[in-house]
Design a protein around this ligand. Structure first.
Ligand SMILES: [Mn+2]
Length: 424
């Protein structure tokens, strides 16, 4: 659907304006002690994984409004990520969800991904819903379940997810637990924690030496009284007990309103225990809105901590993924917007001179500290992000190109209006 000629002919009409914007920004930033090429290279290298389940229309418990052309199979999901990556050269990885994405032919999927320059990111297990034909139910928990037989099944599932991932070349397992209670007294807090820890120890022992275990947390939902892993502290406690390969994963939507997420990021990196990120936006809870669509300054502050942490700590390489649901927008358009927003926040955070910031912090010059961050935030860095697409062989305006090249219409023609993404 997309080839070099199409990309080049699209870029032709936008190139002159883009170069003008880039030169203007370059002149403005030239007064700063900044290597602009270095910033662009960092932006070009920055790859954000697309989860297989975000390619179809999401929904709420009240309904779902599909828009057609959704990927039916794993092959089609990989191809959709390939399209996104061809446009922005920034989405070079797919994150699979087992059992929704169990490959029938590993070799074929691997070579397709290779052809599209796509890696297999973290694999995700699923013990938050029952699978058909299952003999044990996760209704009252999985890794924390009171019944040893159910725990055993959930542990076995996670081990199988690792095995699928190994065959594809993944390097991490992400565990998000829906386990918890909705009524006071339903379960012993201590008992559920201990059982979860022991289940995760069993899974951890199955992890290949070069793999990471990413442990997600969430304060509520689907359980509304308590969650077994409600916050980063509990996740960190567990990952510390497990060992070096276990780390905490921060999902932006999994916090109570007004939580200082940038501080969580800073402390976890200080402890070398931040494993990865799930990007989305939250207004009230786990709303799964488009990252940065409501609180771009918070996203920028998070990236300031990430940039400093990546420079100044020994925290392992991070896994980056978008974890959002698309109820109203075309998922592909939303994913292009999400990647752009993430890269804009990253680019702004790269503009800050952190050594200078430290000298102001040393003097307790609060106003100067604030000004430094706001100056970077208020800089329009879009030309840098566009240059990172363009210099890597992508298009100058991915969303516009997606529309002009009528990609959704072509997907509907190929797959039909009723195609439904698996698992949703
Ligand atoms: Mn998540």
């Amino acid at each position: 659907m997309l080839n070099k000629e199409k990309i080049a002919s699209f870029n032709e009409s936008y190139l002159a304006t883009h170069k003008q914007n880039l030169n203007f920004l370059g002149e403005n930033l030239s007064k700063k002690n900044l290597d602009l090429n270095n910033v662009i290279n960092k932006l070009s290298d920055f790859q954000i994984a697309i989860p297989s389940w975000a390619l179809g229309t999401g929904g709420t418990r009240f309904g779902r409004f599909p828009l057609g052309g959704e990927p039916n199979t794993l092959e089609e999901k990989i191809k959709d990520v390939g399209l996104l990556h061809a446009l922005n050269r920034s989405s070079g990885a797919i994150s699979l969800h087992i059992p929704w994405d169990i490959p029938e032919d590993y070799k074929k999927m691997k070579s397709l991904a290779h052809e599209l320059d796509i890696n297999f990111d973290a694999v995700n297990s699923n013990t938050f819903q029952d699978q058909s034909g299952g003999t044990h139910s996760y209704k009252f928990g999985s890794l924390s379940h009171i019944d040893k037989a159910v725990r055993k099944k959930a542990i076995q599932h996670n081990k199988e997810v690792i095995d699928h991932g190994v065959k594809l070349g993944s390097k991490a397992l992400t565990v998000w637990l829906a386990d918890g209670t909705s009524f006071a007294g339903q379960q012993s807090f201590r008992g559920a924690f201990q059982r979860t820890l022991e289940s995760l120890q069993d899974i951890y022992a199955h992890l290949p030496a070069d793999w990471k275990l990413l442990i997600e947390y969430k304060p509520y939902e689907p359980n509304f009284y308590s969650m077994v892993i409600p916050d980063w502290g509990t996740s960190h406690l567990i990952s510390s007990e497990l060992g070096e390969q276990a780390t905490t994963l921060v999902d932006l939507g999994h916090h109570l309103p007004n939580t200082n997420i940038e501080q969580i990021v800073a402390i976890l990196m200080h402890l070398n225990k931040l494993g990865g990120f799930h990007f989305n936006e939250s207004k009230y809870g786990d709303d799964d809105l488009t990252v940065g669509s409501l609180k771009p300054y918070q996203l920028f502050l998070i990236f300031c901590e990430l940039v400093q942490g990546m420079e100044e700590t020994s925290n392992p390489d991070l896994s980056w993924m978008i974890d959002a649901s698309h109820n109203l927008k075309d998922p592909m358009e939303d994913l292009l917007q999400s990647v752009e927003t993430i890269k804009i926040a990253f680019a702004k955070a790269l503009l800050v001179d952190y050594n200078e910031l430290k000298t102001f912090q040393q003097k307790n010059d609060v106003a100067a500290c604030q000004s430094m961050l706001q100056d970077a935030f208020r800089t329009d860095v879009r030309a840098l992000v566009v240059e990172s697409y363009y210099a890597s062989g992508g298009v100058i305006d991915p969303l516009k190109a997606y529309r002009e090249l009528k990609i959704r219409q072509k997907l509907i023609e190929a797959r039909g209006v009723d195609s439904k993404s698996t698992g949703l």
